[in-house]
Design a protein around this ligand. Sequence first.
Ligand SMILES: [Zn+2]
Length: 289
Amino acid sequence: MCCPNVIEKVRQRISRRDLLKSTGAAAAGVLAAGCKTTAKAAPATEPVSFTRVVDLSHTLHPDFPAWFVPGEEKTFGTKTFLPPAIVEVERVFKYEEIKINLSKVSYWEHVGTHMDAPNHFSEGSSVEKIPAEDLVLPLAVIDIKARAARDPLALVTLEDVKAWESKHGRIPERACLAMNSGWAAHVNTPKFKSPNADGAHQQPAFHIDAIEFIMEERNVVSIAVDTFSFDNLHSPEYDVHNAWLGDERWGIEVVNNLDDVPAAGATVVVGQPKIQGGTGGPNRVMALV
Ligand SMILES: [Zn+2]
């Protein structure tokens, strides 16, 4: 079933996007595809085989770069807050004392390699509601390193998605679509934030047109980026976060080691802690190659 608001959303997109050159027939096809995506097909049952595991997570530590600086007041809309430490590991039981180590760990949810759950930008699901079968997905990687090396605000565009498909075939059903901008290599350098003259962070991200395309015409469960955010200064109103998470979808930010996985053919496994009410949080992401 295609709900009216999906049809309307797709109609609006058809009318403003010239790349698809929407004839009546093409429009009908897009509408049908939009319905299919919304229905969210059953998990793929293809067997997965692999010869190596690539760790797509960074190690989280107190100096890990974040979109805030601990102890420096930050304002979002009407909310001003004092950001806490990135991560604190407090050893409560000590091996040298009682032959047991046990720590109390506190961290900010959206630091390190981490998930953005639907409820981070909507009233949608929190992390524990995401079905386990949605956390194991075919991985498709779009490489924009060359462009990102010249422009810290480079975007994964609709043309990039189509170019990927002309080389590797249609994005697999129920995929995780990742951006490899080369930013993971900058994680311990000032380049990771690339602040402009006003101090605003600059980093590669997704173009909203690419996101709308994969939402409506492909069956993509998750997106991933090797930078802080799915959005950059080209979408200051967080278009990608609002569209993607607002559609009961999730994604991973600050992914590592995408150079070590193929553009197509790997399987991603997202180890997201199942914390009731969580809006995301640091996770262990692995690629089976
Ligand atoms: Zn986040």
